[in-house]
Design a protein around this ligand. Structure first.
Ligand SMILES: *Cc1c(COP(=O)(O)O)cnc(C)c1O
Length: 227
């Protein structure tokens, strides 16, 4: 727990420094701690340290942890993984926000399973690689998908999300993402979130305007072997 607190504090210092360097307020940046593959007890420890935003990339793990941790107040669970339409109801039950909307069908599936008048925050994931097999809508399909999501009454379109391609300069990738975020706002003026930046590239993401960082291993330590 002492190690965890130290790593969290060190990252928050680096976030503050990167924000200052970029002439931005760190208050405008949400640090999401990605807890995938780690046990629910780690989320409990993070909560005790003041963390309220956590990220998961697999529906089953998200559902299991939220069910185990119902006693944690004010938690916001961010779903950041590839979403399957048949898992939409489970994702919607557990997540506060879904960062990975990349096709109309997943938006429709999440919209359809709304309960009462709850509204789900969603972001459009864009694919910055040339590999169509990667998650995310191709950049030239962004506006079309945004228009579709705006028609989904129980979804609130909050912004854009991307993972920087491995073999490219993250600063360039995030500059491109910033341009796509501006394009998105011409269609959806309220969609101001930019979810970008991980352990290896969050400073570059902050410089390019990221509002939501998704940081895992630098805070949690190495992930346990994937089962
Ligand atoms: C795992 C993951 C992260 C966090 O990665 P780290 O390198 O451990 O910080 C961020 N975003 C997504 C989509 C992930 O799957």
């Amino acid at each position: 727990m002492a190690d965890l607190a130290a790593r969290l504090a060190a990252i928050d210092e680096r976030i503050a420094a990167a924000a200052q360097h970029a002439g931005r307020s760190a208050d405008a940046i949400t640090r999401i701690v990605v807890t995938k593959f780690h046990p629910a007890s780690l989320v409990r420890d993070l909560h005790a340290l003041g963390v309220r935003d956590v990220g998961e990339n697999r529906q089953q793990e998200l559902s299991a942890k939220t069910q185990e941790l119902t006693e944690l107040a004010e938690m916001r669970w961010h779903f950041i993984g590839q979403a399957q339409t048949k898992k939409a109801a489970a994702i919607r039950r557990a997540a506060t926000a879904v960062h990975s909307i990349d096709r109309e069908r997943i938006a429709d599936a999440l919209d359809r399973v709304a309960v009462d008048d709850d509204v789900l925050d969603v972001l459009l994931q864009v694919n910055l690689t040339d590999d169509p097999g990667r998650g995310g809508v191709a950049p030239d399909g962004l506006e079309h998908l945004a228009e579709h999501v705006l028609e989904c009454e129980t979804l609130a379109l909050r912004g854009i999300m991307a993972v920087a391609p491995l073999n490219a300069d993250p600063a360039e990738s995030f500059a491109r993402l910033h341009g796509l975020a501006e394009r998105l706002r011409t269609v959806a003026p309220e969609a101001r979130w930019i979810s970008a930046g991980m352990t290896g590239d969050f400073a570059e993401a902050i410089a390019a305007g990221a509002t939501h960082l998704r940081i895992g291993s630098a805070i949690t330590g190495p992930r346990p072997a994937q089962g």
